[in-house]
Design a protein around this ligand. Structure first.
Ligand code: PMP
Length: 445
């Protein structure tokens, strides 16, 4: 019977893939042409999925149009960077105005200090901050700052954590991580982490943690776990870095405000640049003031595009004119409602499917048990491979239903998403649960 179920999954996936190929000739042609100068036709691994990804021609509000002319509701929200949607008029006007005054000016501009001030006002733990170009860079600079100010070498991160292209701590490891001496601890294991911090204290510069693991599958950190990290770092003089690149959107002051925990440093990115390239790192005055170039012992921090006018202008317009606390709380409430609804649909059918996350960040998992760390949903290689196929089938079925989300089941709501959009997404998920129920039952874990 196992053999038959496997054959079912394989043939169903084959059918879905054949349908996808037939529907998307222009995306396929683009993919093939792109392979000439880019490995696998790809320049950002997460955007690849087999047999080839849809390529976008256009985005408007929360609607994407692909090269073949199909329209999708964008539930991916550019992995959280697309919070404002694709055509917010305030953002577009800000970019146009900045563009009209010239770019690559090679000096301070009128926007950067205002954006910094607005971020510091919203996130008071960033007493001082500096800009960079991505979340990856923000973490590189925050970790390097911690190493410089403590004179210690090691960092502690968590399995399942993702802090950028060179800070990836998935269970499979990464060949290109930054060569910092790194201790890994299990997420949401307060005792284990406290013990690891104590053990390495003499040489430990920083603990870096996402208040909710994003790439790891939208796994919220327990308040008690994060408080225990705060206490252990205090006890041992270790710099606690909250990576809020994704979670800063969960309230006007990020998840740290919701939890009432103040990290020593915070890293930011994504939507805070209004949808353009962006990163920021900051925290305690006594660390960050070392970057004052007028100081005799100043630490230098470079980056040609750190204050690029388009990101600074778009980011400032977004925070000061679009993303009011009310708008943000409505967005997160919509995400909560969607997550509850998806869980209710799975529960009603008794299927091993669950939606995790916080606020406007949602991840659907084909897994029955509680997920508190990535280890919780890992099986043996065979089980993982079957679940991966099920996940691919889900993704292809959602695309066929006009719903765009990440292959891994991740969704980040954007401001232009409506309740009607959520209704259609929920209906598409329910249809998948109805038609693929037996495959889910046998291939989830
Ligand atoms: N930290 C977290 C928590 C992230 O989710 C990401 C991006 N997905 C990064 C850092 C890296 O940001 P960027 O892609 O801008 O380098």
């Amino acid at each position: 019977d196992d053999v038959r179920v496997n054959a079912d999954l394989d043939s169903t996936l084959d059918e879905a893939e054949a349908r996808y190929r037939a529907a998307n000739p222009r995306s396929l042609a683009r993919h093939q042409a792109a392979g000439a100068a880019m490995p696998g036709g790809n320049t950002r691994t997460v955007l690849h999925y087999p047999p080839f990804p849809l390529a976008w021609a256009k985005g408007e509000g929360a609607t994407l149009t692909d090269l073949d002319g199909h329209r999708y509701t964008d539930f991916l929200g550019e992995y959280t960077a697309g919070l404002y949607g694709h055509s917010n008029p305030v953002i577009q006007d800000a970019v146009r105005a900045a563009l009209a005054d010239g770019i690559v000016l090679g000096g301070p501009n009128r926007y950067e200090a205002e954006l910094a001030g607005e971020i510091s006002r919203r996130f008071p733990s960033l007493e001082l901050l500096r800009f960079c170009n991505s979340g990856t860079e923000a973490n590189l600079f925050a970790l390097s700052t911690a190493r410089a100010v403590t004179g210690r070498a090691k960092i502690l991160a968590f399995t399942g954590g993702y802090h950028g292209g060179v800070f990836y701590y998935g269970l499979a490891g990464s060949a290109i991580n930054a060569p910092f001496p790194t201790i890994l601890a299990r997420y949401n294991d307060a005792e284990g982490a406290a013990a690891a911090i104590a053990e390495h204290a003499a040489d430990l510069a920083a603990v870096v943690v996402e208040p909710m693991q994003g790439s790891g599958g939208c796994i919220p950190g327990d308040p008690g776990f994060l408080a225990a990290l705060r206490a252990a770092c205090d006890r041992h003089g270790v710099v606690l870095i909250f990576d809020e690149v994704m979670t800063s959107r969960l309230s006007p002051g990020g998840r740290q405000a919701l939890l009432g925990i103040t990290p020593d440093m915070t890293t930011l990115g994504k939507y805070l640049g209004g949808g353009l390239s962006f990163g920021a790192f900051g925290g305690r005055r006594r660390f960050m003031e070392r970057y004052d170039p007028a100081r005799p012992d100043a630490i230098a921090h470079a980056g040609t595009f750190n204050n690029n006018v388009l990101s600074m202008a778009a980011g400032r317009a977004g925070l000061t004119r679009v993303l009011t606390p009310e708008a943000l709380s409505a967005l997160n409430a919509r995400g909560e409602a969607l997550r509850e609804r998806l869980n209710a649909l799975a529960g009603k059918r008794g299927l091993p499917v669950q939606a995790t996350g916080c606020g406007s960040l949602v991840n659907l998992h084909f897994h029955r048990g509680t997920i508190r760390a990535v280890e919780d949903y890992q099986g043996d290689a065979e089980a993982n491979a079957r679940r991966a196929k099920l996940t691919r089938l889900f993704h292809l079925d959602m695309i066929a239903a006009g719903q765009y989300l990440a292959l891994r089941g991740f969704m980040a709501l954007s401001l232009p998403i409506t309740d009607a959009d959520c209704d259609r997404l929920a209906a598409a998920v329910d249809e998948f649960l109805a038609t693929r129920g037996r495959l889910i039952e046998t291939n989830a874990r």
